[in-house]
Design a protein around this ligand. Structure first.
Ligand code: ATP
Length: 903
């Protein structure tokens, strides 16, 4: 059958045509279909093949010129030179190739980590599988916040709405149904019984059958049109690319001057040309973009180990600039392991003992245990808590404890009901659920309608007590529903307040007998005229590591703001425990927010520590207000409605465990453990990565300035070439590759979380890096040239030795200063020299290469070097140390003077 016409078939016919059933496919059938239809993926045509990456290395203009010049020199008889230069070019290209390949692989594995999953029924069991493993005929379960994983025909649904703008351009949610749509040519937007891959569920639940996967989906068909490369370049990478281009022109200009000056001073034209081209190749930091990518990719891998998954690479840079973290409370700052501790029902307060989700504990009233079944209000409250519930408690053999599948709030309610001997299974035998209005952070309520054996319906609701009370007209007292007086209402609010100030999270419970189910179903808001039964207070202890993380944030100049749907008093109590609420700090509720203009909010925003009883929609206003004040905002969220705020934040963060697909898609960072402390770890890593990029940019550019100065000054003064083309290329190979990469993985400095956040607009050359590049470069040039000149001037017949000395000095200068580059502010001794083993290994291998080039006879011929004696080495090492140590001494001197002045 034409796969585009599924909407014209009834659900039953679709199942039949797809040879499947509501209990799902068996494992063998899935395997067979996977072979037939392939994986459920949109093919990515944007990825470069490995050979393209390899040949790209030779596309650089200067490399082509060098290759051409080398060929000419080969033809002119300089075989050894030509072969060596080509070998160096190839090694260089291989290095670049492997760097880029590694970078690509890391990026690809990142994509894997954030690959979507799907909830399916297979062999009658509900399982979660990678979305790529879906096949036509699979039965999928969809709910609010899910990204639809394949093209599906809806079978059964409850209040199901989707957002299909990625496919149809329609940004308003579309209400769906499961009925037949007879017109085979109905446009996609009108096929309301279908769900399409890549669109998202904004409301409700549905069961559906997969009708098309991968490139056969509607999204797959237009994939080639919409495949825009994900934004994987960071602003810094873009700026460095631009800088690279500018450096090309500068290097070319200087090279041209060097060549001209050399020729004017009587040097051989072709030799000068070769030297010029080699200098240009060495001086242009062509490896920079790849090393930046590697540093980012390795840093990102380190973040993964610390449970932070980066979805958008540019956010790695922004992390270091974050000034405010707006965090959800439940599950992020707290453990999301709830246990009911206090219950108020029928005018009495009961304390409940027991821990976690274990169904063991007692109900204590006035110091002695009571039997809930003897207390009608308490019994009713516990039954409703168990019925108006979608969670499940299971005993985990591995940890020998009970844990909760589903919403932990509901898990806690199941556990407390079980302590009284009420299980959902038992109650459900007498009362059958016929309707559900799922919990929603805006409404802050959940409702079910149940039918008893005699066909009578009751509406059961649980939700935020203050919200629920507004909908109650009666209260259950002494087993009877009586009018809710003002005094009683006040009493309940006081209990709610008292429990909240002990940091308990409260849930109210209410019901209503229904006469006509149909009239209730027609109501948009059926929770009215309810009878209040009571409320439950549950603890949700703060995560232990959050205390330390918030302290760390304070030192790092980052403010933490709590944003929660929970009650003001509960939120404040936890904020105080965690140190989020500072002296003079304010709390603003959602209701107060509604009465504030954006301007008023922005004015107050800096002193607000807690936003309580807010809806996800408020979050966007909060982000904008803080941004208006120049803050760089990190914002967490998990639901569909959080997505706009996550998107608008400078760093949008979603929850790996409790987050919806929509929130994850909008976010730049996913916390795989939903933990606030992970955000702080990510910020620390982000700062470290940026520091490392600055370190090797400083290292590479100052080395290049050194090389250019050496050649430039020598030719200006009419000296012979201090370095031969082959030596320049060799310096480039030895010093630019491995040590620079090793700097890219340098461990972060100890004070990294004691610095204030970096300004977003700050240049990479700020805070002294630019000056250091120039001064170090000049020093390196002068020292190298001095060694050359002294040796050559002493004995002009020893030109080769002078060049070897210059060659060794230049390499050693760079290998010494690489250690200095490890510290952003301090000098070479501010950190443990052996703190980066990769750097030690890179430097050792570079020194070995240098020694081979000087002492191995075969290489002496190639590199035109002569062996150096001990005294020569003493000269080389002293000269090579000068650029680093002279400036270290100068810095120490300045520090002493500053300390004296301060005294
Ligand atoms: P955060 O926004 O920090 O995650 P939160 O989880 O408390 O905080 P919501 O989930 O919006 O925020 O909950 C708001 C209120 O709704 C809670 O204080 C509670 O009273 C009530 N509530 C929470 N979960 C449920 C649920 N499953 N059913 C009914 N009411 C609930």
């Amino acid at each position: 059958m034409n796969q585009a016409e599924w909407h014209t078939q009834s659900p039953r016919d679709c199942l039949q045509l797809l040879e499947t059933s509501p209990s799902g496919l068996g494992a063998d059938e899935v395997q067979a279909r996977l072979v037939t239809f392939g994986e459920n993926r949109i093919e990515d045509t944007s990825q470069a093949a490995w050979y393209t990456l390899f040949f790209n290395q030779f596309r650089d203009f200067m490399v082509i010129v060098l290759l051409a010049a080398t060929l000419i020199s080969g033809l002119l008889g300089e075989f050894i030179d030509a072969i060596t230069i080509i070998a160096i070019i190839i090694v260089n290209a291989l290095l670049g190739f492997f760097q880029e390949l590694r970078a690509e692989k890391s990026l690809a594995s990142l994509k894997q980590l954030t690959a979507p999953v799907a909830h399916v029924i297979r062999n009658t069991e509900r399982v979660t599988v990678p979305a790529a493993q879906l096949v036509p005929g699979d039965i999928v379960l969809l709910e609010s916040g899910d990204r639809i994983p394949a093209d599906v025909r809806l079978l059964a649904l409850q209040g199901f709405e989707t957002e299909e703008s990625s496919l149809t351009g329609e940004s308003l949610p579309i209400s769906k149904h499961a009925d037949i749509i007879p017109d085979p040519l109905a446009p996609l937007g009108d096929r309301k019984n279908m769900g399409y891959m890549g669109t998202s569920v904004t409301r409700g639940k549905a069961q559906a059958v997969v009708v098309a996967t991968g490139m056969n989906t509607e999204m797959g068909k237009i994939a080639n049109l919409i495949q825009t490369a994900e934004d994987t370049e960071t602003p810094l990478q873009r700026r460095l690319d631009q800088l690279g281009k500018i450096l090309v022109y500068i290097s070319l200009g200087i090279t041209a001057v060097v060549v001209l000056a050399g020729i004017l001073h009587g040097q051989h034209v072709f030799h000068m040309f070769m030297a010029g081209v080699s200098l240009a190749v060495a001086a242009i930091p062509e490896g920079l973009p790849a090393i930046v990518t590697i540093a980012l990719a390795i840093g990102v891998q380190r973040m993964i180990k610390r449970k932070a998954i980066v979805r958008k690479l540019p956010s790695v840079e922004t992390l270091g600039c974050a000034t405010v973290i707006c965090s959800d409370k439940t599950g992020t700052l707290t453990q999301n392991k709830m246990t009911v501790q206090e219950i108020w029902a029928g005018g009495k307060t009961y304390h409940v003992t027991g821990q976690g989700y274990r169904p063991e504990g007692e109900f204590i009233f006035n110091g002695s245990g009571v039997r809930p079944e003897k207390r009608p209000e308490l019994a009713r409250l516990l039954q409703i808590s168990a019925l108006c519930n979608n969670a499940e408690l299971v005993f985990d053999e591995n940890i020998k404890d009970w844990h909760c599948h589903g919403d932990p709030t509901e898990g806690a309610l199941l556990a407390v009901a079980a302590k009284a001997g009420y299980s959902l299974a038992d109650i459900a035998q007498q009362l059958q659920r016929v309707e559900e209005i799922p919990f929603d952070s805006n409404r802050k309520m959940m409702t079910v309608i149940v039918r008893d054996a005699s066909g009578r319906h009751t509406l059961l609701t649980k939700g935020a007590p203050d919200v629920l009370l507004e909908r109650c007209t009666h209260i259950l007292l002494d087993g009877k529903s009586v009018p809710l007086t003002k005094a009683l209402r006040q009493q309940i609010l006081e209990v709610n307040h008292a429990l909240g100030s002990e940091a308990l999270r409260n849930i109210g419970v209410a019901y209503r007998e229904i006469r006509s189910l149909d009239s209730i179903k027609r109501m948009a808001d059926p929770e009215v005229q309810l009878t209040f039964v009571g409320l439950l207070g549950m603890i949700d202890p703060p995560r232990a590591e959050v205390f330390e993380a918030i302290h760390l944030c304070k030192n790092a100049g980052i403010r933490t703001v709590m944003i929660t749907g929970d009650h003001q008093v509960t939120a404040e109590a936890i904020a105080r425990q965690l140190g989020i609420m500072t002296a003079g700090g304010l709390t603003v509720t959602g209701a107060e927010l509604n009465n504030m203009t954006d301007k008023q909010l922005a004015k107050k925003a800096e002193s607000i520590c807690v936003f309580a009883r807010v809806s996800p929609e408020h979050k966007l206003r909060i982000v904008k207000a803080l941004q208006e004040n120049g803050q760089v905002v990190a914002m967490t969220g998990d639901g569909v409605n959080d997505a706009p705020a996550i998107q608008a934040a400078d760093i949008g963060i979603s929850m790996g465990q409790g987050g919806t697909d929509v929130a994850k898609d909008a976010s730049a960072l996913i916390l795989s453990d939903d933990n606030f402390a992970t955000i702080v770890a990510a910020i620390e890593e982000g700062r470290g990565i940026y520091d490392n990029i600055r370190k090797f940019v400083r290292y590479l550019l100052s080395s290049n300035v050194g090389e250019i100065i050496t050649m430039f000054v020598a030719t200006l003064f009419g000296f012979p070439l201090p370095l031969l083309p082959i030596q320049i290329l060799c310096v480039n190979l030895v010093t630019d590759g491995l040590p620079a990469i090793a700097l890219g993985v340098d461990p972060a400095e100890k004070d990294i979380m004691q610095r204030k956040p970096r300004n977003v607009k700050e240049s990479i050359f700020a805070r002294g890096v630019g000056t250091k590049i120039i001064t170090r470069g000049i020093f390196i040039g002068i020292c190298t040239l001095s060694v050359f000149w002294l040796t050559w001037h002493n004995d002009p017949s020893q030109l080769q030795k002078a060049q070897t000395m210059a060659f060794a000095t230049l390499v050693m200068c760079q290998l010494i200063q690489v250690f200095d580059c490890r510290s952003v502010e301090g000098g070479i001794f501010s950190r443990n020299i052996f703190g980066n083993v990769w750097l030690i290994a890179a430097v050792c291998s570079s020194i070995t290469f240098l020694l081979c080039a000087i002492y191995v006879p075969a290489l002496q011929i190639i590199f035109k070097s002569v062996p150096l004696h001990l005294f020569d080495w003493a000269v080389v090492l002293v000269a090579a140390a000068i650029p680093t140590f002279a400036l270290t001494v100068r810095r120490a001197g300045r520090r002493v003077t500053r300390a004296r002045l301060a005294r």
